[in-house]
Design a protein around this ligand. Structure first.
Ligand code: ACO
Length: 443
């Protein structure tokens, strides 16, 4: 049987090294440190900006096979969960590792709903934001502020404390998100109604006006619930990495979730579906699609909502969202932008430029048109992502806290700056020249 090792010859010294290959294809970067030219040499290290080929953890939560277009939470295919489960059950699965039985589901639902209210001072804190504050900015800051309300959350090694903060966060994030939305509209905040489902209550807090009882439309409630399932976790993406990295300093989970939410705010992560809507509006009509595609192929533009770092096949979530879009349109009326999306997809999937680069629709290609049809303003799109992703972040964090191999996240660098220089009095210094790495020559 072939040995599960890698042989390396260091041509600088002629020495040979044998490094174990683990888990069917992983080498430990620390093993490179043994490869030295002399006893006081630091040893080799790997250089991997953006971590494109570096595993930062061993995880049991989410599995992605990007070439085959597979996504599973705790082993369960996303298609099955989207069809048969609901978000709260999936959150339980992601956080606890197994699907709940009836008794455990009832306890979990009750535990989450116990925490949907927020302290009145949090409401006052939110009232302090400017009338036009971005709801995602409000969410980032308010989640961070929660750590001041629950100082015991700093006990991150206490299992009961971790459980409590997990329930609190999953319970309160929809309330904070809805209050942020109502704030931007100048509308009074609507308090949680725990007789509704997790998603139904969220819709009530967003859209309830003067009616005595708010009854969410069941199709829209289910559509949003499925969208929540699809966004619950996606292994080591930018925000999960932020959660783990910030959490590795042993800060409380509210501060770490605030950091993860901030990571999600960026247009390359949670903000991409907004860019898709802007692109569709700019194209204006299906007849303009060929001209737009020509511009993309000439490198002038990117086709937003297409391509993915990991998926080199149709993103399995995008298939499900496309179906949901039509179910939503049955209730809300057709979003005319869908016709442009369909034409873009048709042309792109037949075109060699996209085929040869394995560019397929990603989850963001159809979520924007769906959220827009449901009445959400574009600024709410990343907020809608952050609500369900909270369960994924908490699961990633808890896994990191319990992992004996994890330490404070602290990458190395390749230093390319000046070597030692000596301070000179100000009158003896030459006029500074603009440096390549300076932020600006303006002071
Ligand atoms: N439109 C046109 N060409 C594209 C696109 C696109 N959307 N995406 C990639 N390409 C081309 C690149 O120009 C490159 O071509 P080349 O080899 O001729 O230079 C090739 O495909 C590979 O692209 P990379 O940028 O190296 O791929 P990377 O993995 O770094 O980028 C990304 C992935 C950022 C998602 C990219 O595909 C993109 O910008 N897509 C549009 C934005 C988007 O939809 N983002 C949402 C992602 S899903 C999510 O975050 C939830």
């Amino acid at each position: 049987m072939a040995k599960e090792t890698l042989s390396i010859t260091d041509n600088r010294t002629g020495k040979q090294y044998e490094i174990p290959i683990e888990e069917g294809g992983v080498i430990r970067a620390a093993a490179l440190r043994d490869i030295k030219t002399s006893a006081d040499d630091f040893g080799l290290m790997s250089y991997d900006p953006a971590f494109t080929n570096t595993a930062s953890c061993r995880s049991r939560i989410t599995f992605i096979d990007g070439d085959k277009g597979i996504l599973r939470y705790r082993g369960y295919p996303i298609e099955e969960l989207a069809e048969k489960s609901n978000y709260l059950e999936v959150a339980y699965l992601i956080v606890k590792g197994e699907l709940p039985d009836r008794k455990h589901y009832a306890a979990w639902e009750s535990n989450i709903k116990t925490h949907t209210m927020i302290h009145e001072n949090v409401k006052k804190f939110m009232e302090g934001f400017r009338y036009d504050a971005h709801p995602m900015g409000m969410l980032v800051s308010t989640i961070g502020a929660l750590s001041t309300f629950y100082p015991e959350a700093a006990q991150i090694h206490d299992l009961e404390s971790r459980r409590l903060q997990t329930r609190r966060l999953i319970g309160k994030v929809p309330t904070l998100a809805a209050f942020a939305y109502r704030h931007t509209r100048g509308l009074p905040y609507v308090y949680p109604d725990n007789s509704l489902s997790y998603t139904g209550n969220f819709l009530s807090m967003l859209f309830r006006m003067t009616e005595r009882e708010y009854k969410p439309n069941p199709t829209l409630e289910r559509a949003l619930d499925v969208l929540f399932i699809l966004h619950a976790d996606h292994e080591q993406n930018c925000s999960a990495n932020a959660m783990r990295s910030v959490g590795s300093s042993q800060v409380d989970p509210y501060s770490a979730v605030a950091a993860a939410t901030a990571a999600l705010y960026g247009p390359l992560h949670g903000g991409a579906n907004e860019a898709v809507i802007r692109m569709l509006v700019e194209i204006g009509s299906p007849k303009n699609v060929p001209e737009f595609i020509k511009g993309v192929k000439e490198g002038k533009r990117r086709l937003m909502g297409f391509g993915h770092r990991v998926y080199k096949n149709y993103d399995p979530r995008a298939k499900i969202v496309k179906k949901i879009a039509y179910e939503v349109f049955e209730v809300t009326g057709r979003n005319p932008l869908i016709d442009i999306s369909l034409e873009l997809e048709k042309i792109a999937l037949e075109d060699d430029y996209f085929v040869s680069r394995k560019l397929y629709p990603n989850v963001d290609f159809y979520t924007g048109v769906t959220y827009q049809a449901m009445g959400f303003p574009m600024q709410m799109f990343p907020v809608l992502f952050a609500i369900p992703r909270t369960s994924g972040w908490m699961a990633q964090w808890a896994e990191m806290v319990r992992d004996p191999e994890q330490k404070i996240a602290r990458p190395r660098q390749v230093y390319i700056g000046e070597q030692t220089r000596h301070w000179t009095p100000i009158e003896h210094r030459p006029e500074p020249t603009m440096r390549e790495d300076a932020v600006s020559d303006q002071i």
